[in-house]
Design a binder for this molecule. Sequence first.
Ligand code: MG
Length: 311
Amino acid sequence: MLPKKVLVTEVGTRDGLQSEPRFVPTADKIALVDALTRAGIRRIEVSSFVSPRAVPQMADAAQVMAGIERPPGLVAACLVPNANGARRAAEAKVDEMVAFVSATESHNRANVNRTIDESLAGFAEVAAIARDHAVRVHGAIAVAFGCPFEGDVPFAQVVAIVGRLHALGVRELTLGDTTGMATPPIATGLCKAIQDAHPDMHVTLHFHNTRGVGLANVMAGLQAGIDSYESSLGGLGGCPFAPGATGNVCTEDLVYLLHEMGIETGVDLAKLVAAAKRVEALVGHPVPGQVMKAGPRLRRYPMDAVRKAVG
Ligand code: MG
């Protein structure tokens, strides 16, 4: 039994753009978010309240938040790494703060130079600030499906962190496949382990297509009953350990798959593809999205316009 309806979260303007070397102007970021909103996306990770010195691309988080359309029903989420980021995010009136920790000590150390315990203590501070401002908190666990330093991550290790987030009041959680190490059996196994231990935790899956199995992992998630996925327009973003490798699962490819499976998303695929086609000019290089290039499945061509090909 697959879910009848799925929430598609766009992370391109944060997870995608943060690794782009060219600074995307604030007005272009705002236009991109608005195009996604108008296409029917209802949760967007708009930006990140990290240190502008650490991630210059995200230095305009407050201006982007102030400039975007905020229709009712849109969840404008932002990543917050610590209490300082949470205070800035609250001031910018985000709907949701996304706070993160890695599934392994090595990755957490490499990512934020803290132990997991230290990150979870910071998480508690973020949650308190969010509560004071009546803002939702969404947890995220990086390298949940595999770690570039430690390899396979035991499910029990992830479940233990989920338990600690649960104890902090978190009920919305993203499992991040940060470097694209998930496979369908790993996705199935981890989802089941978390559902068994914490049935009231609402899980969102964030896959990368680094090794070409991003949408296969989504299928495994759907079969496990997961009804929430994160992706990026045009497949924006990369893998920090594999230069040139594909990053996030592509939003319009994901929406195409879901619609073809008879699953509702509330998203207008044509509008999404139109927005995706503007992404390459924005970042100055090709992006890996496939439906944006091939068009819908039932696209018709005039017969004389097709070059003859054999094989
Ligand atoms: Mg990602």
